[in-house]
Write a protein that binds this ligand. Structure first.
Ligand code: 5GP
Ligand code: MG
Length: 181
């Protein structure tokens, strides 16, 4: 599996340092919210980021989840994101923090942000580990970003290709012959 990766973009140590910083940033941001926040990770890509991030967040929190899919299987699937399921504690009048692995075209986040907004939370903020440059339209706002990366299809640390590679501890690019398109 490790041999399938052509180059490593972000090492385990780089990710861990940045997630710790993000945790401090986010904890400071929410320090005055007495009744805590509701974290809504978008599955499955955000699971590793979520697990590391919440352990760096010493604040009161409840965790729900939203399951979305944009790329089913392969790297490119132009018909856009779909919300497959959600499982949430009460969000009305509460602070909601959506967590996703990567902001690319913004389709997935827009969908989840709009859906969460219908539940009338006090405020919605969004944290992503990765952001690709300049592709997301301005209406898709993100408040916390781990890394800006170049526009390549990456895997590892939760991100998959054909449902594989999520367990790589770093983020990298696969050898080109492994991609189907
Ligand atoms: P968007 O809807 O912003 O175009 O894409 C967001 C979703 O597409 C992410 O949650 C992620 O699941 C998937 N995605 C976008 N770019 C990449 C990438 O480079 N690698 C992987 N593995 N998934 C990606
Ligand atoms: Mg995803």
């Amino acid at each position: 599996m490790q041999g399938d990766v052509e180059s490593i973009l972000l090492t385990e140590a780089q990710i861990s340092r940045r997630v710790e910083e993000l945790g401090r940033e986010i904890a400071r941001f929410y320090q005055d919210s007495q009744d805590g926040i509701v974290i809504v990770p978008i599955l499955s890509g955000s699971i590793v980021f979520l697990a590391d991030l919440i352990r760096k967040l010493p604040i009161r929190m409840r965790i729900g989840m939203a399951i979305a899919s944009s790329y089913v299987g392969t790297t490119i699937r132009p018909e856009g994101a779909r919300l497959l399921a959600r499982l949430l504690p009460r969000i009305k009048d509460r602070e909601v923090l959506i967590v996703d692995d990567i902001l690319d075209t913004g389709g997935t986040l827009r969908l989840v942000q709009q859906n969460i907004a219908e539940g009338e939370p006090r405020r919605i903020c969004t944290a992503v580990l990765l952001r690709k440059p300049g592709k997301a339209p301005p209406d898709v706002a993100v408040d916390f970003v781990g890394f800006d990366i170049e526009d390549r299809f990456v895997v590892g640390y939760g991100l998959d290709y054909n449902d594989l590679y999520r367990n790589l501890p770093y983020i990298g690019v696969l050898r080109p012959e492994l991609y189907e398109d």
